[in-house]
Write a protein that binds this ligand. Structure first.
Ligand code: SUG
Length: 446
């Protein structure tokens, strides 16, 4: 079995719109100028670096944006250009939300379960409904189509997203971690939720929304036919949500037998760790690396995204941590990382990548990827053009350089020309990635 990372390719409309209350970076960079070309190239460079190190690296294409179909549902009519112009005039904030390139954070695309862990031995995917934020709640239908094109055939089961509405708010793999003694072994599914939707007597954040509900996590576990003995549900600490930890993957990351987390990540830490040890059921040691607040405060964790790093297994069995550049720029986090590597523990190495264009919207290296654990047969069934190779990397870089703007402001989103540019780019991308007709404009013949 292999772990593959499927990164979101940043779309041509990448911009800073301040759409995510509770996400500190999104709000503080609202209305600043973005650089979609640089954003896409930064993401591709990180993907290429991992592929060069021997990791299986896949690509999930961007969605069609601006989303004129949603704008039509909201009452804007006429040609696609007219729809955009009317929305820009009458409801500019709605247009901006419908133009977000937020599908780039593919940790939120879905939750997946490998065939080792599901009762029917199939690979399961549930696209996340992202119900808490309007601009993200409109992602899943197109995301589901793309996932079906990438993972098609008898090995894969694609569920619909959970019902919309705040009770079943689901943020996908950003609130889910799989731990396992090896990729071939059965794993523990660790779901971290922000609040209970049907029991308001339970603790909940006071300032910012808790996006993932316990009931949503339980529904995904049921759909994926997971073994209840190997499934753990834990509540995120509501106080850290109120400090900007809008997803658990901003304060915790795990892989194989290592869980790396901040001491304030969970509401009931001791109970949570005990439940994980009970579910583990293996002789292989399970390592908890707990970061003390005295070493890295929650606000430093939010500012640098230390925990939004990719924790990757090296061939020697130890781990590599792929961190965003902000970790090196913060002296306390940089000192902590040095100490971590010197401690001779499970994390042997740290590598730093610059994904600042994404970071300014609150997305680090771990947000940008969806992890998929596959057997050899399942790996062969993946659409081959969706793997990143030296050739496809070069083709994608050329594609970005040809189609993307290097500067985008909120006002530019009202430019109907941007819609045409994006569609031309996506049309060419579907040919590069051999996806056939997948986008609405291709199917509707716009
Ligand atoms: O959902 N930002 C995303 C960031 C998602 C990060 N993903 C994980 N932690 N897995 C969000 O808040 C900001 C868009 C804007 O403001 O323009 C945004 O959607």
């Amino acid at each position: 079995m292999y772990e593959a990372n499927f990164d979101g390719l940043v779309g041509p409309t990448h911009n800073y719109a301040g759409l995510s209350l509770g996400n500190v970076a999104s709000l503080s960079n609202a209305a600043s100028e973005s650089n979609p070309k640089e954003a896409a190239l930064q993401g591709l460079l990180k993907m290429k670096a991992l592929a060069d190190m021997g990791y299986l690296q896949g690509i999930i294409p961007p969605l069609e944006r601006p989303d004129v179909y949603t704008l039509r549902k909201l009452g804007f009519s006429g040609t696609d250009e007219e729809v955009i112009q009317k929305a820009a005039k009458q409801a500019p904030k709605v247009l901006v939300a419908c133009a977000s390139a937020s599908s780039m954070w593919t940790a939120n695309a879905c939750t997946m379960a490998p065939s080792t862990d599901t009762a029917d031995r199939k690979v399961h995917f549930t696209p996340a409904n992202l119900a808490n934020k309007f601009h993200r709640s409109i992602e899943w239908p197109q995301t589901a189509e793309l996932l079906k094109k990438i993972f098609s055939g008898e090995h894969f089961v694609h569920h619909a997203a959970l019902p919309q509405g705040e009770h079943f708010g689901d943020e996908g793999a950003a609130n889910h971690t799989r731990l396992a003694p090896s990729y071939d072994a059965k794993g523990v599914h660790f779901f971290v939720f922000g609040r209970y939707a049907f029991d308001l007597s339970k603790p909940a954040p006071k300032r910012f929304p808790a996006r993932q509900t316990r009931e949503a996590s339980e529904a995904v576990a049921r759909l994926h036919q997971l073994d209840p003995q190997r499934t753990v549900f834990a509540q995120q600490n509501p106080d850290v949500i109120d400090q900007g930890v809008f997803h658990n993957d901003v304060i915790c990351v795990g892989n194989l037998n290592v869980l790396f987390f901040h001491e304030h990540a969970f509401l009931n830490k001791d109970e949570t760790l005990t439940a994980l040890k009970e579910a583990w059921q293996s002789e292989t040691p399970l390592h908890f690396i707990e970061v003390r607040d005295a070493d890295v405060s929650v606000s430093d964790a939010v500012a640098t995204y230390l925990f939004n790093s990719q924790l990757l297994a090296r061939p020697d069995g130890r781990m590599l941590l792929v961190c965003p550049a902000e970790c090196r720029e913060n002296p306390r986090v940089a000192a902590y990382l040095e100490k971590l590597v010197d401690s001779n523990g499970p994390i042997a190495e740290v590598r730093i990548y610059d994904v600042k264009q994404s970071m300014r919207n609150g997305g680090g290296p771990a947000c940008l990827r969806q992890r998929v654990v596959l057997s050899e047969l399942e790996r062969q069934a993946v659409n081959p053009a969706c793997w990143l190779t030296t050739d496809s990397y070069e083709a994608l870089v050329a594609w970005v350089n040809k189609h993307y703007r290097d500067r985008l402001t909120e006002a530019d989103l009202a430019d109907p020309q941007l819609l045409q540019e994006s569609r031309t780019a996506l049309d060419e991308l579907t040919q590069l990635l051999k996806l056939g007709s997948v986008y609405p404009f291709q199917k509707l013949g716009a």
